[in-house]
Structures are given as C-alpha cells and as structure tokens.
Design a protein around this ligand. Structure first.
Ligand code: BES
Ligand code: MN
Ligand code: MN
Length: 462
C-alpha cells in the first residue's frame, strides 16, 4: 500500500474523532466583533492550541499582540531540505444573528441530513479541522508528512484582520514557507471541488446624517424641517444605478477587465439561473440583477455595494416623528484592479457631496481590505486540480470568490510572492454569516482525503 493510502486509511479510522474535534470547537462562541466577550475568542485560541498538541504539532504557541485577539501557531518539521507549507484558517466567527431564526442553537452543534449545523461549523472551524485531520493522518499512520508544515490560525479574520501587518512584523521568522494553503473558501457546488484564484476586497464604513438636536412631532414640523432619514435614503439610493451597479465613475473605472479567456472560462462553468435563485433563497418574482450569462462573473470580478444595516428609530417605537439622525453601515466589495484606500476616499467624498439640505454627516469604523488575484501558471495549481480526484473522484474547478480574506495578499507578498492555494468546504447552502450555518459533512471528508494527497503531490513541485 502506498504512503498516501496509508494516511487516508488512518483518516477513515479516526474520522469520528476529528468530527468530535470540530464539534468541540464550535461550542465556543468565539465572536471577534466588538461588544462580544473577547474571552471566548481567547478560549477558542487555547482550545485550538491544545488540539494542535493533541494531534502531533510541535512548537505550539499562542501568538499575542497588544489589543488583538490571539492567534495560534504550530508546526511539524520533517526535514529542512523538504519544502514547507504554511497552512491558514481562522478560529473567530461572526455573531450568530437572530436566535429565533435558528432551527437549533447556534453553539450547540447538530447533525441533520448529512450537514452539521452551528455557527462556525463551516466558516471556518471546519477549515481548522481539515488541517489537523490531514496532518495527523500522516503522523498517526506512522509516517512523516511529505512536507514541513506550519499552521497559522487567526483570531480576527471576521473583523478584517486588523492586526495582520503587526503579526507579520512581530512573528515574521515563524512564517517562512514555499506555499500557502488556506481552507476558508467555498466550492462551486456541493460535491464540486474548487480552487479559488481571486478574492474581492472589502471597504466598509458607517454613515450618520444628523439634522436635529432631538426628534420632533412630524405634524407640527414636517415639510420645511429636513428629514435625515430621507436624506440618507437619497444618498444611499444614488450610489447605484437602475441595475444595482455602483454608480461612482471614480470607483469603477479601475476594475481590471476580464481577458477573453477568463470570460470564456466563467461562461463555460455550469450555470442555471433558476438553481442560482433557489440556492440564494430568492423569492418568486424577484429578479437576478445583471445581464451576465453566468452571475458569478459579477460576484467574482465586478464590485458591488450592500447596505448591511440601517437604523432610524426602530420598529417598536416607530412614532409620527422626524428623527434627529439616521445611520447606516455600508460596504463595497472591491475587485482586482481597484485600490481599497482610494475606494474608501472616493466613497466618503461622494457621500459628503451628495448629502442634501446642508445636513451634517459623520463617518465611523472605516475599513479597507485589498482584493487578490493569482495566475495559475505555478505547477501547484495543476497539482491541486488533480489531487481533488482522490477525495471527490473529479478534478477541481478554478473559480473566483466574492468574499474577502485579508490574510492572502500581504502574506503571499511578504513571503516572496509564494503561490497560494485557496480551498475550502463551504457550499451554496452553507449560509455562512447568516442563521443556520451548516457544513456538508461528506464534502468535508472528501476535502481532507484530497488534502492528504495534496501534501504528497506538492512535495514534488515546490
Ligand atoms: N470565509 C470567508 C470568505 C469567503 C466568503 C469565502 C464567501 C467564500 C465565500 C471569510 O471568513 C469572510 O467572511 N471574510 C470577511 C472579510 C472581511 C471582514 C474583510 C468577508 O468577506 O466579509
Ligand atoms: Mn472564513
Ligand atoms: Mn466569514
């Protein structure tokens, strides 16, 4: 029996243990957002560190920085002449959202119809266990992994990885590697393995428009006194055109156009508008926007604007008043070609210019993370494509991703432009960030089997 098969058999033998590892991690509500207890994130870091030790990693350490959520490091050194992989995942999660919308409690993992339901079950605690399961399957089958392994598990990805540059600076010597492998992206569909070759970046901010020192009776004052909620609505509405596309020339002119080949590649992926609408849970009659033959062309390579939250009074207290102020959090997903800081500057300038009636506007919590794109010439991509045959019985698709992972661009650059392989176990039904997040357990298994093979294949081309 070859060494890859021995490691895979060992994974099958210990599968239930790795699933328990995942369940234990998702029980920790490690929400990194401000306003949530940071001790939970620290507990997730500690639990991750203990897990790494249990699964055979050495030099396990909690990486600390003043004011930052802790990250975790571990490694398996086999031979300094062999190539080194730097694996990445994150142990923090998004808030669980509205309790009543969950079919089972967000931090009590529950298996239903082949899926594991819990906040973080897919994004991204499954990613952590993909790494620990693949590495420990090599070790526990009595073999050394075919490459040196380093693992970095971040604790503030979901808040934009704000201390990444400082982590990189302070712990630079830990990270030297020949390639990055991230397990934090999505597959094109359930059962269709995918390697992600581009990410959108994210520019976000909060806007508050103020008109009054206090709210007023809308009958007594309505008309001549400007309504900040209307002002906010006008400004927000003006940021996109009839088709929902960002209507800020300064922002969209930098978008890197798709080459004819890239366009052809996207259009050749299977795409069914009805299925896409169903996967998104879109209500009957609501349109899919844009004229693209495959909507992923927009999601992966064109910018989009979303209003994540709006607040003016609230549903329960909605009275006949002109409110004193109106607030919104909005975000632009930027694409390769666009600069995050420039986009933020233009967005703020345009909002200021468009606020009507002399009202005052203030911005809070600004953030800017870059987009990323890679070519697929490095041999690791061809190797990765094939390795998925081991687990899924089919080659991987190369796809883009509409989401963001701030880690990729700065780390790949700082480590000398090393190739980055983005793989992961989300699928269109995962519902990450929303209620009832879930992981397809069979895809998770197949991904681990493929990762075991991938390490072996990468040892030949790095
Ligand atoms: N795992 C996601 C990235 C992702 C999104 C992969 C969609 C595949 C599909 C990651 O955890 C994430 O949510 N990132 C944030 C980054 C932001 C806070 C800068 C995002 O995209 O909102
Ligand atoms: Mn994630
Ligand atoms: Mn996420």
């Amino acid at each position: 029996m070859d060494s890859v098969q021995k490691a895979i058999n060992c994974f099958y033998k210990n599968k239930a243990i790795h699933l328990e590892d995942l369940k234990d991690l998702v029980r920790i509500p490690s929400v990194s957002f401000p306003g949530f207890n940071p001790q939970w994130v620290r507990d997730a870091a500690l639990a991750t560190a203990q897990l790494l030790e249990k699964r055979g990693f050495t030099n396990v350490a909690i990486l600390e920085l003043e004011g930052a959520h802790p990250a975790v490091f571990g490694e398996v050194q086999v031979d300094s002449k062999k190539p080194t992989l730097l694996l990445y995942a994150h142990h923090d999660v998004q808030p669980s959202g509205e309790e009543e919308k969950w079919m089972s409690s967000p931090f009590a993992p529950q298996e239903r119809q082949g899926r594991l339901y819990a906040r973080g079950s897919a994004d991204d605690k499954a990613g952590i266990i993909m790494h620990t399961a693949a590495v420990s399957s090599w070790l526990e089958s009595g073999q050394k992994p075919p490459v040196n392994i380093k693992l970095f598990v971040e604790g503030e990805e979901e808040i934009g990885s704000i201390h990444l540059a400082s982590y990189l600076q302070k712990y630079r010597s830990l990270f030297d590697a020949d390639a990055l492998i991230l397990t934090d992206t999505s597959n094109y569909d359930t059962g269709i393995p995918s390697v992600t070759t581009s990410l959108r970046g994210l520019v976000s901010l909060e806007v508050e428009i103020k008109a009054l020192d206090h709210s007023l009776h809308s009958g007594m004052w309505g008309g001549p006194i400007p309504d900040p909620a209307l002002a906010l609505s006008k400004v927000l509405g003006s940021l996109v055109d009839e088709e929902g596309r960002i209507a800020l020339d300064g922002i969209t002119k930098d978008v890197l156009a798709l080459t004819a080949e890239e366009k052809k590649d996207i259009e050749s992926l299977p795409f069914d508008r009805k299925l896409f609408a169903k996967q998104a849970s879109l209500f009957e009659g609501a349109q899919i926007l844009g004229s693209e033959k495959n909507s992923y062309e927009w999601i992966w390579r064109k910018p989009s604007l979303t209003i994540n939250a709006i607040q003016v009074s609230n549903r329960k207290d909605a009275r006949n008043i002109i409110n004193d102020k109106a607030w919104a959090k909005l975000a632009i997903r930027i694409v390769p070609g666009m600069d995050a800081h420039k986009t933020l500057r233009i967005l703020k300038d345009e909002i200021k210019k468009r606020v009507p009636w002399g009202l005052s506007v203030q911005f809070f919590h600004e953030s800017a993370s870059p987009a990323w794109i890679t070519d697929t010439k490095h041999p690791v991509f061809a190797v990765a494509k094939k390795s998925f045959i081991k687990g899924f019985g089919r080659e991987a698709f190369f796809i883009g991703c509409g989401g963001s992972i701030p880690f990729v661009e700065p780390f790949a650059t700082a480590l000398g432009g090393i190739p980055a392989l983005l793989i992961g176990v989300e699928d269109p039904y995962t519902n990450a960030h929303a209620e009832n997040e879930s992981l397809c357990l069979s895809d998770w298994e197949k991904s681990i089997v493929s990762a075991i093979d991938l390490y072996q294949e990468l040892s030949h081309v790095l």
